[in-house]
Design a protein around this ligand. Structure first.
Ligand code: SAH
Ligand code: SF4
Ligand code: F3S
Length: 492
């Protein structure tokens, strides 16, 4: 133990207890028990801190990035709540944790921007602690910057040791200096830690972690490590528990769910996993994210065709419509492969909504390449599409490619793409006007409290007059008016 920890402990009379709690023969051997043990320790420390403050201490977790991060944050919140922190509505909290994303440059800039603001809050609140975790922390230059310029941060950890959060929290609560713990990789998957779900009726479920694809523009494989699948039995058990607890919809999460199970001791395909999940009684809807086109099998298409529970929504990232650019992106499919795949899916499931991700301005993208992308957009007619301006990520192969595209050219292409994507989405959405569809009621409308907001199977949003007690139910709703990318409906 370092000196500063010692002196702090003495000051707070923690001395005896800590020597005690940190003795190796007291710490349980299995990882999950070890973390529960540290949750208990943190609880005791927090109680003392609360006495000192004369009030309950609060926390706020701010999540950036994708569904994986959102799910991770639920795990972090689960632990903070077990420890005894009370959730605050804003960053005016005693423990503020940022779960960061680094997929594009602007995600990083947001975090640095927020940190300055947090520093001011910390100057006014002696109990305040600031912690950072997530993908951005897996980048060396980021951690260096934080050590140099943001020395008021208390705890920094990464994506691979997130299951150690309780233990790291104890170390941080007892230390005066910044604790930094970043691992290069892990093969561990720790099951059964506490989780606090954001929604009572739906939940993300990790089926795999990491990514092996190394698309040349993408930082994710570097910050999330190699692909690791959870065992089907663990996934099924988790979903059964969720269903028993009121969940009707699950979203199976992985960077490339189509390669699920390949590295398990007893390999299982994603299609087989879906069939098992389908059997779970009481579960009504199954979603999944994300499908890499290169690994989407005929077996999966068949399961999608048969399934009663898998939602009519497939997110199938295109990235580019130019076969030349796709090759430079290391995506392992051509424009033609992609279009053939879409035809096959539509033949099997005609009402499947297809959405996508597209990157504009990848190095070497010519006007002709861009027109190929527009051509795919016209042919597939996506229900919706996320469009991104290429962002150079240090350490990825694309970052050092020649021929980076000037920003005015990219901006022009981006605007042209967006206007086509939006026009097509609106045309596609219009088709449902007047129809009655099943809607899972999710929340009170954020702008008008007399309305409820829910989701169709195809992932479209519907607002309709209703009461909060409908949340979590699947109801038939008539889509009275299409407003472009959402609907106004009424109960039937
Ligand atoms: N695993 C998922 C995507 C995860 S990242 C998949 O393969 O589909 C989400 C999206 O961010 C990607 O689909 C891509 O369109 C976009 N993206 C990733 N890296 C990017 C970069 N460097 N610049 C711009 N967009 C990027
Ligand atoms: Fe990134 Fe490609 Fe992996 Fe998706 S599949 S996370 S885009 S490397
Ligand atoms: Fe971002 Fe990490 Fe997800 S980089 S997109 S939060 S996997």
């Amino acid at each position: 133990m370092d000196r500063s920890v010692h002196s702090l402990l003495k000051e707070n009379n923690f001395m005896m207890r800590l020597e005690d709690v940190l003795s190796e023969d007291k710490i349980p051997a299995t990882e999950v028990e070890r973390q529960y043990y540290f949750i208990d320790v943190a609880k005791q420390i927090l109680e003392d801190k609360e006495k000192e403050a004369g009030r309950k201490l609060t926390f706020c977790v701010n999540t950036f990035g994708c569904q994986m991060n959102a799910r991770d944050s639920e795990k972090l919140i689960g632990i903070l709540e077990q420890v005894g922190y009370v959730q605050a509505d804003s960053e005016d909290a005693d423990f503020v944790l940022y779960n960061t994303c680094t997929v594009r440059e602007n995600a990083n800039n947001k975090v640095y921007g927020h940190l300055g603001y947090l520093h001011n809050k910390k100057k006014k609140n002696p109990h305040m602690m600031i912690a950072l975790c997530g993908c951005m922390m897996q980048e060396e230059h980021v951690v260096e910057t934080i050590r140099k310029k943001y020395r008021f941060v208390d705890l920094v950890f990464g994506t691979h040791n997130i299951y150690k959060f309780a233990e790291l929290l104890v170390r941080s609560l007892l230390s005066e200096s910044m604790i930094v713990d970043i691992w290069k990789d892990t093969d561990q998957i720790v099951e059964d830690l506490p989780i606090e779900r954001k929604y009572s009726f739906k939940s993300g479920v990790n089926i795999m972690f990491g990514c092996n694809n190394f698309c040349s523009y993408c930082i994710v494989p570097y910050v999330r490590g190699r692909e690791r699948s959870r065992k089907p039995i663990d996934i099924i058990r988790e979903i059964e528990k969720l269903v028993a607890d009121g969940v009707v919809e699950v979203m199976l999460l992985g960077q490339n769910v189509n390669s699920y199970g390949k590295n398990l001791d007893e390999p299982v395909t994603f299609a087989q996993l879906l069939e098992q999940v389908e059997q779970i009684e009481g579960l009504e809807r199954i979603r999944f994210m994300t499908s890499h086109p290169k690994d989407l099998s005929d077996e999966l298409i068949e399961v999608l065709g048969k399934s009663k529970k898998v939602c009519k929504h497939l997110h199938l990232p295109l990235q580019s419509g130019s076969s030349k650019i796709l090759q430079k992106m290391n995506r392992h499919y051509t424009k033609e492969d992609y279009l053939t795949l879409v035809d096959k899916i539509r033949a099997a499931v005609p009402d499947m909504a297809i959405t996508t991700d597209i990157i504009v301005g990848f190095p070497g993208e010519t006007e002709e390449d861009f027109l190929e992308t527009l051509d795919v957009v016209e042919k597939v007619r996506y229900d919706s599409a996320f469009t991104f301006i290429y962002s150079k990520r240090t350490g990825t192969p694309a970052a050092s490619m020649d021929d980076q595209i000037p920003s005015d050219v990219v901006k022009d292409r981006f605007d042209r793409l967006l206007s086509r994507v939006q026009a097509i989405s609106a045309e596609k959405a219009k088709v449902y006007e007047g129809k009655t569809v099943d809607v899972l009621v999710e929340e009170i409308n954020q702008h008008d409290a007399s309305l409820m907001t829910g989701r169709m199977s195809n992932n479209s949003t519907v607002h309709f007059p209703g009461e909060a007690d409908l949340i979590g139910q699947i109801l038939p709703i008539k889509l009275v008016e299409c407003k472009g990318f959402y609907y106004i409906g009424e109960r039937v």
